[in-house]
Design a protein around this ligand. Structure first.
Ligand code: ZN
Length: 234
């Protein structure tokens, strides 16, 4: 069974009543709950020692899912570099919503990762690569009646695939579901999931994340260790 670690800052849900109502167990708790049906899942949060992403945990993780927002700059450099190294050697990574700007993603992508944003919009999430494994069983368009607008230009390197493209009621479009390959590691960035709205309860969104776990899982049974990656560790 694939091993998944779900990391969430777990800050907004403890600070704001309206967000706690949407995610009483935290965003990580909600995601872990629907993934548990098919995967072996553990969770990690910002306040845990080493953010819960110790060498042992990462070594025992096939796919890491991250949700970050308010504590991007406070996130440990050392842990971010550790995660980067594990991705380069084969661990899958799924970065959700505002985790586009996580230290982990900035390290792996090498661009500014900036975008346009606005609160209180609605989104139509269009599937722009219907034969991609992450789109399996997903309709051509998903309506998200409430979602934060993320708009172009999104400063990312050219993705391998743009599986989903978001259209917002303000007229903006966004590359909402992008895949990247870094070293031996597969990465999926997925835009939906603003903390104020029940996005991660949407069955289609859940299916996309499950598909992404399978897609990003390491292909090799024993993770490859490229020379340069090993050198960083020593
Ligand atoms: Zn947001």
């Amino acid at each position: 069974m694939l091993k998944v670690t779900v990391f969430n800052e777990y800050k907004h849900e403890r600070e704001y009543e309206n967000i706690a109502k949407v995610y009483p167990k935290g965003i990580h708790g909600c995601i872990a709950e629907f993934l548990q049906e098919e995967f072996e899942v553990r969770t990690a949060t910002f306040d845990m020692p080493e953010h819960g992403l110790t060498k042992e945990v990462l070594q025992d993780t096939d796919v890491l899912i991250i949700w970050t927002h308010a504590l991007q700059e406070e996130f440990s450099e050392e842990v971010a570099k550790r995660v980067q190294k594990h991705v380069l050697s084969g661990m899958g990574l799924i970065a959700l919503h505002s985790a586009h700007y996580s230290k982990i993603m900035r390290l792996l992508m090498g661009t500014s990762m900036t975008l346009k944003w606005r609160h209180g919009d609605s989104e139509k999430l269009w599937c722009t690569s219907p034969t991609h494994p992450i789109a399996a069983g997903i309709p051509g368009m998903i309506e998200l009646p409430k979602e934060e607008m993320y708009g172009e230009f999104f400063d990312i390197p050219k993705p391998d695939d743009v599986v989903f493209t978001g259209w917002f009621s303000g007229g903006e479009v966004f590359r909402s579901g992008c895949t990247f390959l870094r070293g031996y590691g597969k990465i999926f960035y997925f835009q939906p999931g603003h903390e104020e709205y029940p996005i991660y309860y949407n069955p289609h969104i859940q299916q996309i994340i499950k598909n992404a776990v399978r897609f990003c899982a390491p292909v090799v049974t024993e993770r490859k260790c490229p020379e340069n990656v090993q050198a960083v560790e020593k």
